[in-house]
Ligand binder design. Structure first.
Ligand code: PLP
Length: 416
């Protein structure tokens, strides 16, 4: 063991077994240091939308690093790649005329958007609008704000109260959102956070009509609608943003992951004119928020190369095909008695929900299944509900889909 402290890890257990060290990737496959090949069912952590081994992204970053790797973007400082990237993201944003604020990742974007939302209401003279409404099962990253906005209880335990003024509603009930806003008082509610498809909380596609209804409720009550598209953005749901596909016109969008396909860390907040115009107006003053890497030149160059690939290879359209194919290849897994349910159907996102009975009898059961899948050549992981995550790269082909389904099936057989 080295001195590396892993993320989201029981380090005692990791130390006992030793780390699982990956060495390289190509397309939808990765290899460990021993040279064993695996089908990556999760696109890393939902990020490798264009797959691994894309030399042109590395070349773009390298060229920019040699020229000017990064510089402050505070105040009037800027660099050409970040200017171009902002325009490129704005051009595909769900709302015309949006502005783009860059961060270093999804959790940064969530922290930033909470401050943008509260500041928006202050600038509008509605200082009491401070309450955020989140959904059961929600995952919004692990910064202070995101931890407080979690709808996964285990992710909040042990940290005390972080961000105040957060209320939770059921994940699938638009009426409950309306009731919550009325109970709290619309004049106190700043924003509603909504993953178009709930991801890390267990992959819960939106029930029919849900997204339209909650969007309308926010419109009627003035509450800012924040679409957390850290997973669903950049082609995974069949469009540049899931919000565009579903006509949501969010006031604010958070994104990360697929914007670079994970080749370098980057996040962004996309603000529709309703919000951005207030900050850009004369008299709004200095917005005292930003990060060292809010506009890293080499990262922006990598992002531009990644967006070129998504566009050139038609990965939004490919995702729409995969959205149909993925449920079909996973359906036979329901025959395993250790599988309760398969959730899929919106975007290239699915969860193979393991048996509640088995998990109750042995809470480590999902980890065992994940290990058995790994032993059978497929890398997946257990989500909060005890489901296996299935969110492959958008470049997966028929052979890859078969390899995925067979590996999961073999893993389930081995854990019967
Ligand atoms: N929001 C959502 C919906 C996410 O799925 C994630 C990460 O998985 C985040 C925010 C946090 O992103 P990051 O891990 O890049 O900080």
């Amino acid at each position: 063991m080295t001195n590396f402290w892993h993320a989201f890890a029981d380090m005692h257990a990791v130390s006992a077994r030793g780390p699982f060290v990956l060495d390289r990737g190509e397309g939808v496959h990765v290899w460990d240091e021993a040279g064993t090949r695996y089908l990556d069912a999760t696109a890393g952590l939902w990020f490798a939308n264009v797959g691994f081994g894309r030399g042109e992204i590395a070349d773009a970053a390298r060229a920019q690093m040699a020229k000017l790797p990064a510089y402050s973007t505070f105040g009037d400082f800027s660099n050409r790649p970040v200017e171009d990237l902002a325009d490129r993201v704005a051009a595909v944003a769900p709302v015309h005329g949006s502005k783009v604020f860059f961060t270093s990742g999804g959790s940064d974007s969530i922290d930033s958007v909470t401050k943008i939302a509260r500041r928006f209401w202050q600038l509008n003279g509605q200082r009491n609008r401070t309450v955020f409404i989140k959904r059961q099962h929600a995952y919004h990253g692990m910064h202070t704000a995101g931890t407080s906005l979690a709808g996964i209880p285990a992710n909040q335990e042990g940290f005390g109260e972080l961000l105040g003024d957060v209320e939770q509603v059921p994940w699938d009930d638009a009426g409950a959102l309306r009731e919550a806003i009325h109970r709290i008082g619309a004049e106190r509610v700043a924003a509603f956070f909504c993953e178009p498809v709930i991801g890390a909380g267990g992959v819960f596609p939106p029930p029919p009509g849900y997204l339209d209804s909650v969007r309308e409720i926010c419109r009627e009550t003035g509450v800012l609608f924040i679409a957390d598209e850290v997973i669903t953005g950049f082609a995974r749901c069949g469009d540049w943003f899931a919000s565009s596909r579903f006509g949501l016109e969010p006031d604010l969008v958070t994104c990360a992951k697929g914007i670079t396909s994970g080749y370098l860390p980057l996040g962004a907040v996309v603000a529709a004119p309703r919000v951005a115009d207030v900050f850009f107006a004369e008299g709004a003053g200095l917005f005292r928020h930003g990060y060292t890497y809010s506009g890293h030149a080499a990262v922006a160059a990598a992002a531009l190369a990644n967006l070129d690939i998504i566009e050139r290879e038609g990965l939004c359209d490919r995702a729409l095909e995969l959205e149909k194919e993925l449920p079909e290849v996973l359906a036979p897994l329901l025959a395993h008695e250790q599988v309760d349910e398969i959730r899929s159907g919106t975007g290239v996102l699915a969860a193979v929900q393991l048996s509640a009975e088995r998990i109750e009898a042995d809470p480590s059961f999902p980890i065992q299944v994940v290990g058995a899948c790994r032993a059978n050549g497929v890398l997946t992981r257990a989500l909060a509900t005890g489901a296996l995550q299935v969110s492959p790269s958008l470049v997966i082909d028929d052979a890859g889909l078969s390899e995925l389904a067979e590996g999961l099936s073999a893993g389930l057989d081995a854990s019967a």
